[in-house]
Ligand binder design. Structure first.
Ligand code: ADP
Length: 635
């Protein structure tokens, strides 16, 4: 006996053991997802073989037609899923079926851990396992229905066959079997538990395959009992190659679920064929809900690239990163089949497909935005934060993306507003698109910076996504109107008439001017300037950025993202008509100390209104105590 032919028993990687515990004890009601997962693996194996065979046709031998066969044996409670795909070598089996490869499974485990560590404990596993269906946990889901799983596999181009076997209780074995035990491919044999024995019945299997694997691009046949003839359940025809008129909404949804690994309904389906200089078909879906990896730092897309129905790679970045939520595929008739994946990436033909496909997705979004605003609002709510990345990443399509963007504004915090809506509602003499940025929409709404804008009926965009800090400073303008922060520079609202029947701003009182100079001298280095405000109507003071400085809310977001070394000094703006300001300005000589306390307290008040703390907590409380004390003694 050689070293390798002995049966070797190995423990599972810790994460797999956790996952298996979950599967074995699962009370998840829809256990049938296991079949979808095993068939998807079988189809992947066939597609991988087809791809490798381009360079090495000998791998196919006489068995050239990909196929998946599901064999049932109700009497023995056995269910077998067999494919003539690429197969696995011994090492590949140990690696693939003993560790966790897919990011979805990892995300699933992380979620379970976050929800109380149930995945790792021996405790009851409750409705959380409903997540299994949403994440798709791959091969290991077999242990929801089987007390033992055997995997026989023969890697294309090798001589050996191997048997992997486990009861899901912590270890697995790998044994060499005679090479002629099976031809190329993989056979997954499930020893069904009593609860799950219906999965060996023809009707159940027929229904499940049609419902969940109906559009797998490899034909699936069913052998209802040992010795019976295989009956074709699905034909493996590529859905995307069929004429649209022959495809139902249900077909699209099934296909979306099988290709996207998402189990919701697509919010938008984009199926089109480009002909002419380039001949390719795309079938894209915008998911109905957020994929779990939407904000992964690597921001990878998941569009599959096919060439003449042969799956090539899902790494081709067919769509830009700001469209990474889109799922689906592109099938090109023109790309050469016999070049490496790396070469394909650099191909000018692929660059042309990228361009065409991206424009098509954006124009479809535009169409929905125009024709079905409610459906579009849902898409925007789910993916707007990602789409906005395109405004600063895709210069060429910036205007299109700005037109797609939707906002909460001071004119409407329930319904979304477009920039077109905004520009259509500009006030007399208004030349800019105003925005206020921060991390919390509620606080933005109550910001004193908005007062002067409200008094004039000027709409302000309320930006509360972290990504806003990046695009709004680089977008420049929309429809010729520059973006301008309400906290930045002098507001210059005086030219826009007030709509609240209040008197227009008049020149500040000389006493107020002297008081402002006093504030400047007392606050010293804390601020870069103190000046009269156009933007305040109700509050006494606020902080703004200097004329050249970056918006204060954005500054904070950038600083917390580590993108800004040091914050700039703000300007303190003073409302010259506020009772408090007028009162302080007209105090007599003898009130110097009180006035000085008030100066610092006003500055601290402006900081607090901005969501910050007083500059010096101890001095703040001393000053406050003195001022309150004076108030008490006067009464
Ligand atoms: P995923 O399919 O997302 O990678 P799975 O847990 O379902 O995750 O499968 C793990 C790996 O096992 C696969 O990536 C593949 O390498 C291998 N595998 C599973 N089933 C088959 C099969 N039928 N033929 C060949 N390889 C397979």
């Amino acid at each position: 006996m050689t070293e390798e032919s002995r049966t070797e028993s190995r423990p599972f990687e810790a994460d797999v053991a956790k996952l298996l515990h979950l599967m074995v004890h699962s009370v998840y009601s829809d256990k049938s997802v296991f079949l979808r997962e095993l068939i998807a693996n079988a189809a992947d194996a066939c597609e991988r073989l087809r791809y490798e065979a381009i360079a090495n046709p000998a791998l196919l031998g006489d068995d050239v037609k990909p196929r998946i066969t599901v064999l049932a044996d109700a009497e023995k409670k056995l269910l077998t899923i067999e494919d003539n795909g690429i197969g696995m070598s011994r090492e590949e089996m140990v690696e693939s079926l003993g560790t966790i490869a897919r990011s979805g499974t990892k995300a699933f485990l992380d979620r379970m851990a976050a929800e109380g560590g149930k995945a790792g404990e021996g405790g009851a596993v409750g409705e959380d396992t409903a997540l299994i269906g949403r994440f798709g946990v791959g091969f290991y889901s077999a242990f929801m229905v089987a007390e033992q799983v055997d995997v026989l596999s023969h890697r294309a181009g090798t001589e050996a066959s191997w048997l992997w076997s486990s009861d899901g209780q912590g270890t697995f074995t790998v044994t060499s079997v005679p090479p002629d035990a099976m031809g190329r491919g993989t056979r997954v044999i499930l020893h069904l538990t009593d609860d799950a024995k219906s999965y060996a019945e023809r009707l159940t299997l027929d229904r499940l395959i049609k419902a969940h694997s109906g559009h797998v691009p490899v034909p699936i046949a069913l052998v209802e009992k040992p010795g019976a003839d295989p009956a074709e359940v699905t034909d493996g025809a590529a859905l995307w190659a069929k004429p649209k008129a022959e495809i139902t909404a249900g077909d699209y949804t099934d296909f979306y679920r099988s290709i996207a690994g998402q189990f919701d309904d697509p919010a938008l389906t984009v199926h089109f064929r480009a002909e002419g200089r380039q001949d390719y078909t795309t079938l894209f879906f915008v998911p109905g809900s957020r994929p779990f990896d939407l904000f992964d730092p690597d921001r990878k897309g998941r569009i599959k690239l096919y060439v003449k129905r042969v799956f090539i790679t899902d790494d081709a970045e067919v769509l830009p990163r700001y469209l990474r939520f889109v799922r689906g595929l592109v099938d090109s008739a023109d790309l050469p089949l016999n070049v490496s994946r790396e070469k394909i990436q650099e191909s000018p033909l692929l660059a042309a497909i990228r361009k065409g496909a991206t424009s098509r997705v954006l124009s479809e979004l535009e169409r929905v935005a125009e024709k079905e605003p409610l459906a579009y609002a849902r898409i925007w709510e789910t993916f707007g934060a990602v789409l906005k990345e395109g405004i600063y990443e895709d210069f060429e399509r910036r205007d299109a993306l700005l037109a797609l963007a939707r906002f909460k504004t001071t004119a409407s915090t329930d319904a979304w507003r477009s920039l077109k809506d905004y520009v259509g509602a500009l006030k007399t003499n208004q030349t800019a698109i105003y925005y206020l940025a921060g991390d919390d929409i509620e606080r933005l709404q109550s910001s004193p910076h908005l007062e002067g804008f409200r008094a004039r009926g000027v709409e302000v965009l309320l930006l509360s996504d972290p990504v806003d800090a990046f695009w709004v400073t680089s977008a420049g303008s929309f429809d010729g109107k520059p973006f301008k922060s309400v906290t930045q520079g002098a507001a210059d609202l005086t030219l826009i008439p007030r709509t609240d029947a209040q008197a227009e701003q008049t020149e500040a009182d000389p006493a107020v001017k002297i008081f402002i100079a006093f504030l400047k001298s007392k606050l010293g280095e804390a601020v870069s300037d103190v000046r009269v405000s156009d933007r305040l109507t109700d509050s006494a003071v606020c902080l703004v950025a200097s004329d050249t400085g970056i918006d204060r809310g954005l500054e904070k977001i950038l600083a917390s993202a580590g993108r800004l070394p040091s914050a700039q000094k703000p300007v303190l703006e003073v409302n010259p008509r506020h009772n408090l300001v007028v009162g302080l300005a007209t105090l007599g000589e003898g009130d110097g100390a009180f006035k000085e306390d008030a100066a610092h307290l006003l500055y601290d008040e402006a900081r607090v209104l901005d969501g910050e703390r007083p500059a010096d907590a101890r001095l703040f409380s001393e000053r406050l105590a003195r001022v309150l004390d004076r108030g008490l003694r006067r009464d």
